[in-house]
Design a protein around this ligand. Structure first.
Ligand code: CA
Length: 230
């Protein structure tokens, strides 16, 4: 079983990785959010992620919410500094699967990880669809009419946000925040450029991105297209 351990405390990391290895887990280490996100973006599949909330570059909640925004359903166990109730509630709302307050016994971590992984293997991976456009959480890829689509990370973020709410309007600034999460200085036209490229890639299919003036954007299946054989 393969784990991603996202933790900046070196003593904790060396203790945990040794103990987890002895228990048969293969563990990749990330000392910060940036490294964790790079490992995840590289497409490595993990059976579970152990995520510390207090990371040097970003809060663990940010890592978690980006993961879930990207429709990645890998089980996440959060490590919290103390058993703070607000953290637990927030973490659950963001899609965490379990918590462990520091300090903890390695046996407890192992027991919880094993339970999490067992539960998650009981579920299939999720698939989102709108017309002939589909997103598969297993390989994190989009396909159009069964053909894998080649998209940039920004196009991926835009399509994910639109597909999750297909048929409803996604607010322009919200969408912009998902596509340019690091950059508060992007102009209002930046998102238009990304959507222009997304539209070109969807051209000729039964799905399109429509602009709803003053509100935002909406992914929809075009009436008539592909309905005949539905
Ligand atoms: Ca920490």
């Amino acid at each position: 079983m393969r784990l991603l351990l996202v933790e900046d405390d070196r003593d904790m990391v060396s203790w945990l990785s040794l103990a987890l290895k002895q228990s048969g887990f293969v563990t990749d280490l990330a000392p910060d959010a940036r490294t964790a996100e790079a490992l995840l973006a590289a497409g490595t599949r993990y059976d579970a992620i152990v995520l510390d909330l207090g990371l040097p570059d970003r809060h663990g909640f940010t890592v978690l919410s980006r993961l879930r925004d990207a429709r990645d359903s890998t089980p996440v166990l959060l490590l919290t500094a103390q058993a703070a109730l607000p953290d637990r509630v927030r973490g659950l709302n963001l899609g965490a699967d379990d918590f462990l307050a520091k300090p903890f016994a390695i046996e407890e971590l192992e027991a919880r990880l094993t339970a999490l992984i067992r539960r998650s293997h009981g579920h299939g991976h999720s698939r989102l669809e709108c017309g002939s456009l589909a997103y598969d959480s297993e390989n994190r890829g989009f396909s159009l009419g069964g053909q894998l689509m080649s998209v940039t990370p920004r196009e991926h973020a835009a399509l994910t946000a639109l597909l999750m709410r297909a048929g409803s309007v996604v607010d322009k600034s919200q969408l912009s925040g998902k596509v340019f999460p690091q950059d508060s200085n992007v102009g209002p036209d930046a998102i238009e450029l990304v959507l222009h490229r997304v539209r070109r890639k969807l051209a000729g299919s039964d799905v399109r991105v429509v602009t709803v003036r003053g509100l935002g954007y909406m992914l929809e299946k075009q009436a008539g297209a592909g309905d005949a054989d539905a």
